[in-house]
Ligand binder design. Structure first.
Ligand SMILES: Nc1ncnc2c1ncn2[C@@H]1O[C@H](COP(=O)(O)OP(=O)(O)O)[C@@H](O)[C@H]1O
Ligand SMILES: [Mg+2]
Length: 1078
């Protein structure tokens, strides 16, 4: 459904009048009452034409929500109730769509809500203009510049807890699509006197308190500060804390904002260092010291603070100290140094603090500008927002108020010029006759102040530059001479006798009749403040600072660029910047927000009529309404006008076909509105008197009620008829559906019964056919079978004679033969190598050849073994015979055997005939030596062993001393009956001798040898060949030996591994000898 367009107007649900142009009757009282009435109903905004009047509610109202932004977005100015968003929207749209640069001028006195208004305008524009990452960053930077500037430029005053102490003009730049590109901020005249002194109940700039409350201990230490406000002379004590303001939290907000705006960490640090230095400057105190020549000289009381400042700023302490005690005046190559007295020293200190802070502030503005500068060179559209201090009347008004009020005069001037100009231009554009109206033009006051020859500012400058003694009094005297005749200048001492007896006018003052009221200015301090003097010694000291930021703030301190010309005075600087601002504003389309402060207590719901009356008066609101109404009170384009009132006339209701203007003409004729009450412009109708408009509105209201009744009537009729029609239609639909349903059901019943009957009949028929077919098929199969058997017998009978018996057996044998033949032929090719140890043998091809295959393998092996043996020489044969003998004797019986297999049997290990030591031994033996080897003979008594040469000859066994070769015992082989040994892996053996033989007198021998297997084998063989008897070899782990008369049991036990493989013997008792084997 398309969104319903609700056409509303400012005139709907109006409290009082939303646009004061419509106020009837118009006088001061009705204006104030209207504002009050609206204020009491939370309507803080009221229009005078396109000017928005805003009354500070001093509490947050729910009228700035995102929904409200949406409401006001792209709506006509007069469509909704008055709101600052409507003005912002109007300005933004005419900037975007009509390419007109805009400026938004916000005026009003301190605390009236100017700064808040400027922020609201900016946030509205930010909310409705383009979106996207880049655009959002620009917006964020523009919005975040506010907290930074507010921290450094705002302070609590008696009028406002967050009073801007500087004027601000910000140009926001947009591209052709209306997306923000960047901005430029200009600042005007920071109230720097606040740095060193604040009036009662007021504070210094926020940043000092924020820094002390919000900085970490570490940061404070670094800046050489203490948290206690009372430590600092520049911070007045009576109102250091502001209700509802969290300085520490704000400090974090400011640092965060600085980061978003693009300040580098070191820049933030430098800024805070300067702030700290300013604070600490206030703590430097001086004491007088008399000098010989009678002059007073000042000395710094406590140099500690000075030292810390110097450390913080990188200034040479002696330089700064000197700058506080001397003043050097340079004139035409001449340098004169004079000492400063205590008062002058304090003056110098404060001047330095003020200058340092105000220059820091300007630097901040420039730095922010650098960040928010538009990055492109494309043509930009500009919306300027001016938030400048409002008109100020204090008890004591000084130079600052003079300057501020001058600025407000200029703004009023531009207001008058532009509104009237705009009004006049509109009449000309619309071709309406215009008669000039009278209003107070404040150009004359501006001239009094800014005239180049005899304006107050010019004269102040003249005084300041004049040689000779200059004081505020001489300045006043001069004023009295020059301005005496001016209508708006009042002074007791002037030549004009009007004020001679005016006691409200003190002697040291002058009074100006501003457009907004009379203001009495104290002349004291004018000259000084205008001079804004900072001794050159101080600026030079600052220029010498190691701190880059401070150095850059005092370029005039550079001795290379010394300039003897005085710097421009504060007054002339301000005048120039105001002139630039005015020029800038004149090129733009102005939008006005005039802020009004309802009470002096910063309290909600209080509307002090006296106070408002004063503001209404000096803001010239009444005149504003009058000017606006001088011609025509109300104007509206033809289309919306016709749209709003067309129901009042038959011809235009409900639709008018022709052009809108003709429609409005017809309408007004019909309503018989007197001709002098309105005029037709080119695109708008102009209504002279609000009464006429209200009459139209009343008629419209009446007519709307009639129309509402009419609409109601028609709607009700329509609703009943449509309801009836709907019911009838529904009834038909239901009936049709039901009939259809009933018929469907009946049809389905018949159909299913038919199907059942049908299927029964079909089934019966089919079964009958099936039976017949089955019978037929069986008959056919029987006939075929009989025929087949018959043919079979016939054929077999015919062919039997062709087959022979036993053919199968022949074929079988033949096949078998062929298989065996093939087997042998194949075996021939597959025979393995001739090596007897080759275990390979081809696999068997057929199971029935299994035994033949195995037999063949055995035969082949025997054959190749024989082949191998045939190659042996006699000697080799002997060796193998011996080895074979050993195998038969010991294999699988003695554990030592396997290790002997690989060792060749050498027999005579000891070569007796070659060794001269054994010559005697050799000579004693004539027979062939079969074994000559050193063995261990075991002592029968204690089991210890001694080495002996063991010799075996054909007939004897001999034992000889190893060293001397002397024969110890000789046993004929016939006397050897048995050799015993263990089954283990040891070389221990016993040689048993025949009982009663000569050799047996000492008993059987026990030996141990590494070559036990060889020895036993050779002994066996030799005995066999000599005695034809088999030597008994007993292998057992327990056997008996005969020692003389005793039978001793030799028992083998598992010993420890200590002696390696050598068995150790131990005679346990005379029945037991234990041999420990490994
Ligand atoms: N539209 C508003 N809604 C709520 N409070 C407001 C509004 N305008 C101003 N105020 C209150 O008034 C105080 C002073 O406003 P401010 O804009 O700082 O005054 P000015 O800049 O004119 O001196 C603000 O701190 C705020 O508390
Ligand atoms: Mg402000």
């Amino acid at each position: 459904m398309a969104k319903m367009e609700v056409k509303t107007s400012l005139l709907d649900n109006m409290i009082g009048v939303g646009d004061m142009v419509l106020l009837e009757p118009l006088n001061e009282e009705t204006v104030i009452n209207n504002l009050k009435k609206r204020f009491d109903h939370n309507e803080i905004y009221t229009y005078i034409g396109s000017v928005v009047i805003s009354v500070n509610p001093y509490r947050s109202l729910p009228i700035y929500s995102p929904e409200k932004v949406e409401d006001y977005r792209n709506r006509n100015f007069y469509e909704l109730s008055p709101h600052i968003f409507a003005l912002s929207d109007e300005a933004y749209r005419s900037l975007r769509d009509q390419d007109k640069d805009q400026c938004i001028l916000i005026t009003g006195e301190s605390g009236a809500g100017k700064t808040e208004a400027s922020k609201l305008v900016m946030s509205y524009v930010a909310a409705v203009c383009g979106k996207g990452a880049e655009v959002n960053q620009v917006k964020e930077q523009l919005l975040q510049s506010n907290p930074v500037l507010e921290a450094f430029g705002n302070a609590k005053t008696v009028r406002n807890d967050n009073s801007s102490r500087f004027g601000k003009y910000m140009d926001i730049e947009f591209d052709f699509k209306g997306d923000p590109l960047g901005g430029v901020i200009s600042n005007y005249l920071l109230e720097k006197s606040r740095v060193v002194k604040q009036p009662r109940g007021e504070r210094n700039f926020h940043v000092f308190y924020q820094l002390l409350s919000g900085a970490s201990e570490e940061l404070l230490n670094k800046l050489k500060l203490e948290r206690d406000f009372s430590r600092y002379n520049y911070l007045s004590l009576d109102s250091a804390k502001v209700n509802g303001v969290d300085d520490a939290a704000n400090f974090r907000t400011v640092r965060n904002a600085m980061q978003i705006v693009g300040f580098m960490d070191h820049e933030v640090e430098s800024v805070l260092e300067v702030v700290a230095a300013v604070l600490k400057l206030g703590n430097i105190e001086f004491k007088p010291e008399s000098r010989v020549n009678g002059l007073d000289e000042s000395k710094i009381k406590d140099k500690n603070e000075l030292k810390e400042i110097c450390e913080l700023t990188g200034i040479d302490q002696s330089v700064l100290e000197r700058a506080f005690s001397f003043r050097t005046v340079e004139a035409k190559q001449e340098k004169v140094s004079t000492t400063l007295n205590v008062a002058q020293a304090y003056y110098a200190r404060d001047a330095l603090a003020k200058n340092l802070y105000s220059r820091l502030f300007s630097w901040l503005v420039n730095r922010i500008n650098e960040s928010i500068k538009a990055q492109t060179k494309v043509r930009k559209k500009v919306m300027g927002v001016l938030d400048i201090y409002g008109f100020e009347i204090f008890e004591d008004n000084s130079f600052e108020q003079f300057i501020i009020n001058y600025c407000n005069e200029k703004l009023q001037q531009i207001f008058i010029e532009l509104t009237l100009k705009e009004e006049q231009e509109e009449y000309i554009r619309e071709d309406i006759e215009w008669t000039h109206i009278e209003y107070f033009n404040n150009a004359i006051i501006c001239d009094l102040i800014e005239n180049n020859t005899n304006g107050i500012l010019a004269m102040l400058d003249e005084e300041c530059l004049r040689p000779g003694t200059v004081t505020d009094e001489t300045f006043l005297e001069k004023l009295n001479q020059v301005c005496a005749t001016h209508q708006h200048f009042e002074s007791r001492m002037s030549k004009c006798s009007r004020f001679l007896n005016d006691t409200s006018l003190p002697h040291s003052c002058f009074r100006i009749q501003h457009y907004a009221g009379k203001v009495l200015y104290q002349v004291e301090g004018f000259v000084d403040k205008n001079n804004d003097l900072l001794y050159r010694d101080l600026s030079q000291a600052m220029w010498k600072a190691g701190h880059a930021l401070i150095k850059s703030l005092f370029p005039e301190g550079n001795p290379a660029k010394i300039n003897l010309k005085r710097p421009p005075t504060a007054g002339s600087q301000f005048k120039a910047s105001v002139a630039t601002l005015m020029k800038n504003l004149q090129t733009k389309n102005p939008n006005y927000i005039r802020c009004i402060k309802p009470n002096d207590k910063k309290a909600a719901h209080i509307f002090n009529e006296g106070l408002v009356c004063h503001q209404v008066r000096y803001l010239g609101l009444l005149e504003n309404v009058r000017v606006r109404r001088a011609g025509y009170a109300f104007r509206q384009a033809y289309e919306p006008c016709l749209e709003r009132y067309k129901m009042l006339c038959k011809q235009t209701w409900p639709h008018w076909k022709g052009p809108a203007r003709a429609g409005v003409e017809v309408l007004f004729n019909e309503l018989e509105i007197p001709v002098e009450e309105y005029s037709f412009g080119r695109s708008k109708i102009f209504i002279r008197n609000p009464r006429t408009l209200f009459k139209l509105e009343d008629l419209r209201k009446q007519r709307l009620e009639d129309l509402a009744t009419l609409i109601q009537k028609i709607y009700r009729g329509w609703k009943c008829r449509t309801h009836f029609l709907l019911m009838r239609k529904s009834q038909i639909v239901i009936a049709a559906w039901y009939r259809r349903y009933a018929q469907q059901k009946r049809y389905q019943q018949i159909k299913s019964s038919t199907l059942v009957i049908q299927s029964y009949i079909r089934g019966w028929k089919a079964r009958k056919i099936l039976r017949e077919l089955k019978h037929q098929k069986r008959c056919e199969e029987a006939a075929t079978t009989i025929a087949a058997y018959w043919h079979g017998t016939q054929v077999r009978r015919e062919y039997r004679k062709f087959f022979r018996a036993n053919a199968g057996k022949k074929i079988y044998e033949f096949t078998l033969q062929r298989i065996v033949q093939n087997y042998f032929l194949e075996m021939k090719n597959k025979v393995p190598s001739l090596s007897p140890i080759d275990k390979n043998w081809p696999s068997r091809p057929y199971l029935f050849l299994d035994s033949a295959h195995k037999e063949l393998k055995r035969i082949f092996h025997l054959w190749r073994c024989k082949k191998y043996r045939d190659q042996f020489t006699d000697q080799q044969k002997l060796i193998y015979e011996e080895k074979l003998e050993a195998s038969e004797l010991f294999k699988d019986k003695k554990a030592l055997y396997p290790s002997s297999v690989g060792q060749p049997f050498q027999g005579p290990y000891l070569e007796i005939n070659k060794n001269p030591k054994y010559k005697k031994l050799k000579d004693a033996i004539e027979e062939k030596i079969i074994i000559a080897e050193v063995v261990n003979k075991i002592n029968r008594a204690n089991g210890k062993s001694t080495s002996r040469i063991f010799l075996l000859t054909n007939n004897n066994l001999l034992l000889a001393d190893q060293k001397s070769g002397q024969i110890k015992s000789e046993v004929p082989l016939v006397d050897v009956t048995k050799v015993s040994m263990s089954s283990q892996n040891d070389g221990f053996f016993a040689v048993h001798l025949k009982e009663g033989s000569e050799a047996a007198s000492k008993g059987d021998f026990l030996f141990s040898s590494d070559h036990l297997i060889e020895m036993a084998t050779k002994l066996y063989r030799t005995t066999l060949s000599q005695t034809k008897q088999k030597l008994n070899i007993e292998i057992s782990d327990e056997f008996l030996v005969q020692f003389r008369q005793d039978k001793v049991c030799v028992k083998f036990i598992q010993g420890n591994q200590k002696n390696g493989s050598v068995p150790t013997c131990k005679r346990k008792n005379n029945r037991l000898l234990e041999v420990a084997v490994p």
